[in-house]
Design a protein around this ligand. Structure first.
Ligand code: HEM
Ligand SMILES: N[C@@H](CC(=O)c1ccccc1NC=O)C(=O)O
Length: 288
């Protein structure tokens, strides 16, 4: 034994961990993998094709779903916090949601390493499955106020998922609870926007814009509402970037083919770029 770091006969590594007192026997205590349920997570990649690149496709989606799970966890808590006037708590959560969305924006860089012929080898194995059927994604859209009854249908065959998506569909969105907060703070909000059928898509209102304008014209007096408005802008900004990277990545990989989910593909995704979640937050800027 020479003791050199790269000498395969060296037992130096063993000595280091022993000296550091690292725990090495997990026969009777919880290990890293036990705590994180890595057995379940790392055995859940089951490629259907013989193609090398399917692992990328699966892991890209699974990691996205995990980040979406955290986003929903934070969003639900942020909605509850705004509804109970705990704005400091809500800001922390909303900032985290925006950072997760940015993480998902950058994740497209990994998927974009997949070329059209590489994806064409996998695509026939996907059948009619599509991200369009992601229950968590739909819950995020609904929590952010983009309500659409038709989007419940892909979940009709899975009662537990349908219940989850329906709950998000029927609940007030982040923006709905934000407007209620503005009203509690004495700003003039139209009754039509304070109590309504939450399943209906949000309708832009000049009165709502006027209320936000009071906040934005005097930030010092309404500092936390002003901060809330900017958190909403951050979140929608990041979400727009995600939508844009999706459609661009899709175009570079499948061009203008129809989607496996049955939509026109890029034409459908481009229409989604026109969705505005918090319209008055954007419109008011013209008046400042
Ligand atoms: C090769 C990569 C991808 C392609 C070619 C692709 C293609 C498409 C297409 C064509 C649609 C429209 C629905 C349809 O008819 O199928 C769609 C929807 C969707 N995809 Fe992807 N996608 C890709 C990757 C991803 C990834 C990584 C995610 C992340 C989870 C994702 C999430 C979604 C979601 C959530 C929708 C529904 C969007 C909405 O309804 O606004 N996709 N995708
Ligand atoms: N809609 C895609 C298929 C697809 O991307 C997909 C298929 C199964 C699971 C997740 C997917 N990702 C996003 O739509 C296509 O038309 O090629």
């Amino acid at each position: 034994m020479t003791g050199k770091p790269n000498d395969p006969s060296s037992h130096q590594g063993e000595h280091i961990v022993a000296q550091e007192g690292a725990q090495l026997d997990f026969s009777r205590s919880m290990s890293y993998g036990d705590y994180l349920q890595l057995g379940a997570i790392l055995n859940a990649q089951k490629p259907l094709s013989p193609d090398h690149n399917e692992m990328l496709f699966i892991i890209q989606h699974q990691t996205s779903e995990l980040w979406m799970k955290l986003m929903l966890h934070e969003l639900a808590a942020a909605i509850a916090a705004v509804a109970s006037d705990e704005l400091g708590t809500a800001f922390k959560m909303l900032a985290r949601v925006s950072r997760i969305m940015e993480q998902l924006v950058h994740a497209w860089d990994v998927l974009a390493t997949m070329t059209p012929p590489e994806y064409s080898a996998i695509r026939p194995y996907l059948g009619q499955s599509s991200g369009f059927q992601s229950a968590q994604y739909r819950c995020i859209e609904f929590a952010l106020g983009n309500k659409n009854a038709a989007m419940l249908k892909p979940h009709a065959h899975r009662p537990e998922l349908l219940a989850q998506v329906k709950q998000a569909y029927e609940s007030p969105s982040l923006y709905d609870v934000s407007l209620q907060l503005l009203a509690r703070r004495g700003l003039a909000l139209p009754p039509s926007h304070l109590q309504r059928d939450w399943t209906q898509p949000y309708a832009t209102s000049d009165e709502v814009e006027a209320a936000w304008l009071v906040v934005y014209r005097n930030p010092r007096e309404h500092w936390d509402l002003y901060q809330l408005g900017e958190e909403l802008a951050d979140l929608e900004d990041a979400f727009r970037l995600w939508r844009f990277r999706h459609v661009t990545t899709v175009e570079r990989i499948i061009g203008f083919k129809r989607g496996t989910g049955g939509t026109g593909g890029v034409s459908y995704l481009r229409k989604m770029l026109d969705v505005v979640l918090f319209p008055e937050i954007w419109r008011l800027r013209t008046q400042l």
